[in-house]
Design a binder for this molecule. Structure first.
Ligand code: CTP
Length: 219
């Protein structure tokens, strides 16, 4: 089913610079997005992988990696590829906010306290979601600590997604900095809970669910 399909994947964190040496970021490693890209490429898909700062490498003839740093850069790269892609997978942990101003020189510690004003970043999934056409399939991720299912269902609607892969931080071994993950897949019709597994096996479960659900939307 993925053979010949064009896929856009976001992965990793974004870094939002405060000055030339400091940034606001998060602990995302990019493993989940890279595992999905690898597996899709092996199944014959043409993958555009837009990755925030990560130590991971992926060399496969079917994968083109675009390295970005900030949410704005990630969005600009996604805008180039989204219209042509059949499948969008938003696996990146995009920083929700960025510093209002970025200093051009290193900020010196002059005062006892220091306040940073933050402004909202573009929501890449939601913005592209507004342009989604019939036949395109969009998958988002949600990392939640409370009211997990309600929040995941809210994201399906708010971001015009077909599927949300939910990670609960309440589950041991799930989330950032683990080689395992425990997911729940939420669609508009169903909720499926999976066991704790290595991230490569989780990627297979996600791709199988996409296949099933995408086939239904094309009927
Ligand atoms: N996402 C995105 N652009 C953003 C924020 C999130 O594309 N600026 C995508 C993520 O890649 C993920 C999904 O939206 O697939 C949900 O991300 P999450 O951080 O859980 O949701 P938020 O909308 O940021 O909501 P909140 O942080 O308030 O839970």
């Amino acid at each position: 089913m993925f053979n010949g399909k064009h896929v856009l994947i976001t992965a990793g964190p974004t870094y939002e610079p405060l000055d030339p040496v400091r940034f606001i970021g998060n602990h995302s490693t990019g493993k989940m997005g890279f595992a999905l890209a690898q597996s899709l490429a092996e199944q014959g898909a043409q993958v555009q992988l837009v990755a925030g700062p990560t130590a991971l490498k992926l060399e496969h003839p079917n994968v083109q990696v675009t390295a970005v740093m900030t949410a704005d850069e990630m969005f600009a790269a996604c805008q180039q590829f989204a219209a042509q892609a059949d499948l969008w997978i938003f696996a990146a942990a995009v920083a929700d906010y960025k510093p209002k101003d970025t200093a051009t020189s290193k900020i010196k510690k002059n005062d006892a306290t220091f306040t940073i004003e933050l402004v909202k970043n573009v929501d890449i999934a939601a913005t592209l979601g507004k342009t989604k056409k019939a036949g395109q399939f969009a998958v988002g991720f949600a990392l939640e600590t409370d009211q997990e299912l309600e929040n995941a269902k809210g994201k399906l609607l708010k971001k015009n997604l077909n599927m949300v892969v939910l990670n609960s931080l309440r589950d041991a071994g799930a989330g950032f900095k683990h080689d395992t993950n425990k997911i729940t897949i939420v669609t508009h019709k169903a909720v499926e809970v999976f066991d704790l597994k290595p991230k490569a096996a989780v990627a297979q479960d996600i791709l199988e669910s996409i296949k099933t659900e995408w086939a239904c939307t094309q009927d």
